[in-house]
Ligand binder design. Structure first.
Ligand code: GLY
Length: 363
């Protein structure tokens, strides 16, 4: 059965279709059947594994041409790939009334979303996330970006999709490691603002990752995100809460140089954010310990020396955190927590204290 979640953004509002048959359910959705032609921008690996699944849904609506393949991996989020993809879109003679179908994980969604935002000053994009991480977080909310040598996601724009189709069929071929990593974004939603949800996750233990439970958990996480995005589309305020674990996480991910998946970095970042909150006396120690214990139970490593890419340098991590795009007025901005389900934005993190904390953590 397919769930439908509405992202309530007025005239830019859209549906998220979620479940095992979401692609089929989407066939007659006006956002899909309404576009004149579709250009498929797809992760090369997904295309290899799921060509028939994709062809199935695109039977009816006109395809603009052969799929444009997005190379695998974070390196595709570059100006060079963006330029190449835009050139291929021009070769297909796409018009503004056409739509891009972005089929893949977070990298494809971010790059294709940005290409759609720029192409002839903007065309529709339909996000078809194929990883758990992209389903739980990056396909919803309209953030698009590429990376720069100075950091991740520094160049981009907000461009809301006209539809998100999260079909569980894609998860069948997702490696277990990526599945676990994606689960971190679901846990993140609970930790930000829904303690009951966290307790349900704890109760489901490792079973939270099985298909039976996953749909309910994803639905809760996406509905939670939908509420935040609807209230603060452009991150003027509370949307920044969705970055819980991400300032630490991005620093780890960049330092690991490709050894660490985004979700793995976020999981460790969530544990760090809670530990740092406890160190400042802002959050009960027992909540921080509970967060770490649950993430470990879900198969996500949280201790820095255990992570792929270790050992990390505290100074290098702090340097990365200083360049985070959420900072303002030269201060490091962190999302911290008063407890499970009660995150808040802390604007003035003390760099020297943070460095000492990171030094303690890397040992
Ligand atoms: N991934 C965080 C956000 O969409 O705001």
């Amino acid at each position: 059965m397919t769930d439908r979640i509405r992202i309530d953004l007025g005239e830019r509002g859209y549906d998220v279709l979620l479940g095992p048959g979401a692609l089929r359910a989407a066939r007659h959705h006006p956002a899909l059947s309404g576009a004149r032609r579709h250009a498929v921008l797809a992760d090369a690996n997904v295309l290899r594994l799921h060509r028939s699944r994709v062809a199935d849904v695109l039977d009816g609506p006109g395809l603009a041409g052969p799929p444009i393949e997005i190379p695998e991996g974070e390196r595709a989020k570059s100006f060079a790939t963006l330029e190449q993809v835009l050139g291929q879109m021009l070769d297909l003679e796409l018009e503004r009334g056409d739509a891009v179908l972005a089929i893949g994980g977070g990298v494809t969604g971010d790059l294709a979303g940005l290409a759609a935002a720029l192409y002839k000053r903007g065309m529709d994009v339909i996000q078809v996330p194929t990883t758990l991480l992209a389903m739980a977080d990056s396909s919803v909310g309209g953030k698009t970006a590429i990376n720069m040598p100075q950091g991740k996601n520094l160049i981009g724009t907000f461009h809301q999709p006209s539809l998100v189709i999260a079909d569980f069929g894609f998860l069948d071929t997702l490696p277990e490691r990526e599945r676990q990593a994606g689960f971190a974004e679901i846990v993140k939603a609970a930790l930000i603002g829904d303690r009951d949800f966290f307790e349900r996750l704890e109760k489901s233990g490792r079973d939270g990752l099985t298909a039976a439970q996953l749909q309910a958990h994803l639905k809760t996480a996406i509905t939670f995100k939908a509420g935040i995005v609807a209230a603060d589309e452009r991150e003027a305020g509370q949307r920044a809460l969705l970055n819980l674990g991400h300032t630490f996480g991005h620093a780890l991910e960049s330092e690991a140089g490709g050894a660490l998946l985004h979700g793995e970095a976020v999981a460790a970042g969530l544990a760090l954010a809670f530990d740092y909150s406890a160190r400042l006396g802002l959050c009960p120690e027992k909540d921080a310990a509970r967060v770490r214990a649950y993430l470990e139970l879900a198969g996500l490593r949280t201790r820095l020396p255990d992570l792929p890419g270790a050992p990390f340098s505290a100074t290098a991590m702090l340097d990365r955190m200083r360049h985070d795009k959420k900072n303002s007025g030269g201060h490091i901005r962190l999302v911290l927590a008063h407890g499970i389900g009660n995150a808040f934005i802390h604007d003035q993190a003390d760099a020297a204290d943070l460095l000492n904390f990171l030094k303690d953590q890397i040992q």
